[in-house]
Structure formats: structure tokens, C-alpha cells
Design a protein around this ligand. Sequence first.
Ligand SMILES: NC(=O)c1ccc[n+]([C@@H]2O[C@H](COP(=O)([O-])OP(=O)(O)OC[C@H]3O[C@@H](n4cnc5c(N)ncnc54)[C@H](OP(=O)(O)O)[C@@H]3O)[C@@H](O)[C@H]2O)c1
Length: 278
Amino acid sequence: MKYLITGANGQLAKEFAKIIDGDLFAYPREKLDISDEKELKDCIDFVKPSILINTAAYNNVDGAETDFEMAYKINAVSVGKLAEYCERYKTKIVHFSTDYVFGGKKDHIPYTEDDKPEPLNKYGFTKLEGEKNLIKNYENFIIFRVSWLYGDGKQNFIYKFKSWSEKSKMIKVSVDEVSVPTPVKMVAEVTMKAIKNDLRGLWHLIPDGFVSRYDWAKKINEILNLNIDLIKASQSDFNSPAKRPEFSAMNNNKIKRDLSVGIKSWEEYLYDYLVLKK
Ligand SMILES: NC(=O)c1ccc[n+]([C@@H]2O[C@H](COP(=O)([O-])OP(=O)(O)OC[C@H]3O[C@@H](n4cnc5c(N)ncnc54)[C@H](OP(=O)(O)O)[C@@H]3O)[C@@H](O)[C@H]2O)c1
């Protein structure tokens, strides 16, 4: 099996690189900019991958409000191009989307794959367009919608919270954002099983349960004994350019059933990651 990974410096890509047993071509942005059509086509023609894992994305949720064109190109247009250039090699394309495709008004009932996406912010809109561009142009794809990813890297809430805790003993965290913290390790492991089973389609891939960002911070604070005074805040206290959904937790029953895979609660994974370092 020949694997091509885009966005190889990202936290999810690094996890795949650890566990893939096969011929691996992992390209960071400097070597493969997926928004450069020629570079993308030449790279796919060179590697002729059996599996393309697209982890590259414009992930700056606030930035996408003003840098919309770039976000749209990377998250939406390039995903359609992947399909176009991979067709002749019958490559399986594995792509990742987000809980932010949902609008957040469902009353504490996690979103299923049958729920209608209604993104609130431009990042969510571009990611939804990316899903559509892949689905309409291709058959052999897996799309996993994931949320609040964490792993080795700096672009995640756990890393940021630990850094803030070194500068201040009082931290404000929002109570009106509820979703599911998701370790990249679990995502990479389940994805590899899905590839081996030749799954095709779209699934929600997250741990069991859900939590507010405030309660997630509280748990990290407790497990790591950081002794931070947590202050309950709401999104409006931060004046962020992008509005986040109030409730965007997703339901993972479909992937558990279709892949016969066991998935633990977000708390168990968090403990594994922070304490057991696994
Ligand atoms: N992180 C989350 O909480 C979260 C939540 C829901 C869904 N997702 C989705 O999950 C997937 C993996 O996310 P992640 O957390 O691993 O992201 P990440 O750590 O931010 O990695 C994304 C990588 O993509 C690269 N990249 C950006 N633009 C590119 C381009 N034009 N061409 C090639 N590479 C490019 C970035 O490089 P630079 O750093 O140089 O820009 C970065 O290394 C993405 O599809 C993301 O949208 C993530």
C-alpha cells in the first residue's frame, strides 16, 4: 500500500506517520501546498497513492472570517481537486471534516450523520463545501467529522490551556460551547481500521459523551493539579470574530456499528493522554 499524507506537520498527520506500516509519502505544506493545483497534480501523479490521507486544512476558525478566500480554496476547492487528480489511480481518499458544520441549536441531543448541516461561521461553511466537493465527484472516499482534536502539537486547547496556566492563575473559559474532545490517536487508529475494511462514506468519529469547554478545562486542571482559578465565561466575553456553535457534540453510533469498534468516553481518553501518556 502506498500512502500519501498532506499537511504532514499537523497533529493528526504526525499520528498517522507513527502507525502507518507501508510505503509512506508524508508532505508538509512547504513541499506540497494543496491549494496549488499544479503542485497537487504533479505530486499525485508522482506518488500514485493507493490511499491519500488529507489532513491539510485551513484551521484558523477566527482567521477564516476575514481570510475567507484562502480558507475556501484550501478547505473546499482543493478537496474537489484531490478527487479529480486521484480518479485515474482509483485512490481511496480519506478526508476530515468538523462538528462546526452544525449550527448548534439542537437541545443537547448529539448530531447524527442524518442531521442537516447549518454552519454558523465561515470555517464551518468552507469545510462543508469540501465535503460536498468530495462526495459529488468521487466514490471511494471516507469522510470523518471530528471535533476538538488534541495530540502532539501546539494548535489544541490542552496545549494552550497549559501555556496560559504558566502565565496566570485565573483563566476564563466559556460555558456556552459544548462538544467532544477527541484524541488524534483514537482518530488515526479507527481510520486505519476503516481503511483495512474498505469503508466508504461519511461518519462522525469522536469519543462517547460531551462536555462544555469550561468543564473540559476543569478536568484538565484537576488531572494535572494546575491549581487554576477557573472563571465561567460566555463566548461574547471574548469578542472572537467567529461565532462557535453552542452545542455541536456528535453521535458516534454509526461508526461503532459499521466498523464493530469500541470507543471510550472522552474522559477516559483524556486520562490516558495526560496521565498514562498513551
Ligand atoms: N484541530 C481541531 O480541533 C479540529 C476540529 C475539527 C476538525 N478538524 C479537522 O481535522 C483535520 C486535521 O486537523 P489537525 O488538528 O491535525 O490540524 P493542524 O494540526 O492544524 O494541521 C493542519 C496542517 O495543514 C497544513 N496546511 C494548511 N494549509 C495547507 C495547504 N494549503 N497545503 C498543505 N498543507 C496545509 C498546516 O500547515 P501550516 O501549519 O504550515 O499552516 C498544518 O500543518 C483537518 O481537516 C481539520 O479541519 C480539526
